[in-house]
Design a binder for this molecule. Structure first.
Ligand code: AMP
Length: 213
């Protein structure tokens, strides 16, 4: 399947994407994960992106489109993909439309995960992430078996630099201003599937029903 997952930070896009990859071999493409790896490895891209990310601001569209133009042409995308955290602005959505036409790909749906703001805030402040494999934990509801150590790969499980209270609040404002309008954009394209996303299992079932798998 080829899907875009829309939703505020903490809405569960990453968790849902990981569950969907197990169903039909589609790959999860998270621009946030790609950027965090670039920052960790000290690449040019990482150096350009770090300041924006730490403040909870968006990385410029040109950098993101540069990444995605190559990424969507890679071989593993033939099995389908779940775009997690991309597009995040109207210009990215418009450029993605052109890119998809160029490479002959058609999306199955754009899924919008709606979650109340208080739930989002609670999830983001208690979320922990493995810096090696990206596995997501929660200190309250799903901690790693050994504190600070990933169950899956043994990597370090930490709070992300952009998950301080100040950066979270900025990320939510940026989301409302720049990313939330994408729901209307895709509604206009006839592709939007709006879901009340309080549990990941319900979301996955709704997507499966919609896509017909
Ligand atoms: P995420 O893991 O999706 O929450 O992304 C973490 C950070 O990476 C965001 O707060 C942005 O700074 C940056 N980022 C990720 N995806 C994009 C995108 N599509 N456009 C602009 N910035 C992005």
């Amino acid at each position: 399947m080829r899907l875009i997952l829309l939703g505020a930070p903490g809405a569960g896009k990453g968790t849902v994407a990981k569950m969907l990859t197990k169903i039909d071999g589609s790959v999860q493409i998270s621009t946030g994960d790609i950027l965090r790896a670039a920052v960790k490895n000290g690449t040019d891209l990482g150096k350009k992106a770090k300041e924006f990310m730490d403040a909870g601001d968006l990385v410029p569209d040109e950098l993101i489109m540069g990444i995605m133009k190559d990424r969507l042409r890679e071989d593993d995308c033939k099995a389908g993909y779940l775009l997690d955290g991309f597009p995040r602005t109207i210009p990215q959505a418009e450029q993605l439309k052109v890119l998809l036409e160029e490479i002959g790909h058609k999306l199955d749906a754009v899924v919008n995960l709606n979650v109340p703001r208080d739930v989002i805030l609670d999830r983001l402040t208690t979320r922990r992430t493995c810096t090696d494999c990206g596995a997501i934990y929660n200190v309250k509801s799903n901690p790693p078996k050994e504190e600070g150590k990933c169950d899956k790969c043994g990597g370090p499980v930490v709070q992300r630099d952009d998950e301080t209270e100040e950066a979270i609040s900025n990320r939510l404002d940026v989301y409302n201003e720049k990313t939330a309008p994408l729901a209307d954009f895709y509604k206009g394209e006839g592709m939007l599937l709006d879901i009340e996303a309080t549990s990941s299992d319900t979301v996955v079932d709704a997507i499966k029903g919609h896509v017909g798998i």
